[in-house]
Design a protein around this ligand. Structure first.
Ligand SMILES: Cc1cc2nc3c(=O)[nH]c(=O)nc-3n(C[C@H](O)[C@H](O)[C@H](O)COP(=O)(O)O)c2cc1C
Length: 156
């Protein structure tokens, strides 16, 4: 199976998770963004406000993947205010119609909460039904075990 991984990351946590997944699956890796600078404390506050705004327009940095080359698509995003972030939702809404392969979501969050319901809630933004999702706590927690388990499940 040829996999493409795509992510949005404000502070690098989702990025490093997706890099690990891409490495384990020998996948191609792309970053998507809405182009807004959300760095630092000001960026954190802006992100809080953005949760209540209409979904932004997003783009993939560099060239768009040749979707037909991939039979698996993994989309990563952080969770903001108890919901996967607006940039991730916007990405699914805008691009999922072009996916060729099975879709899986990866959502990173600080807390050890079970965000299963919140993550399932974003399935509706995607025109391709996700086959699975991985919810990962990032604060004071090494996600290595969950990442390996997720990849093992995909490879079964
Ligand atoms: C605006 C905002 C709201 C957040 N809300 C939550 C939340 O409700 N629950 C949680 O566990 N983490 C929350 N977080 C933390 C991030 O989800 C977490 O740190 C994530 O792993 C960051 O990923 P990133 O570095 O790829 O941006 C929030 C972060 C931001 C910026």
């Amino acid at each position: 199976m040829k996999t493409v991984c795509l992510y949005y990351s404000r502070t690098g946590k989702t990025k490093s998770i997706m890099e690990r997944i891409a490495m384990l699956l020998d996948a191609d890796l792309f970053e998507y963004t809405d182009g807004k600078d959300r760095s630092g404390a000001k960026g954190y506050l802006a992100s809080c406000v953005d949760c209540f705004k209409p979904l932004p327009q997003v783009s993939i940095i560099g060239a768009e993947p040749e979707w037909e080359k991939y039979d698996r698509v993994i989309v990563g995003m952080p969770l903001w205010s108890e919901m996967p972030c607006i940039v991730g939702k916007a990405f699914l809404r805008q691009f999922s119609g072009r996916f060729n392969g099975d879709l899986h979501l990866v959502v990173s969050h600080m807390a050890g909460n079970d965000y299963d319901r919140a993550i399932r809630n974003v399935y509706k933004y995607s025109s391709a039904a996700p086959k699975s999702h991985l919810s990962l706590q990032t604060k004071n927690h090494d996600c290595g075990h969950e990442i390996r388990k997720f990849v093992e499940e995909l490879e079964k």
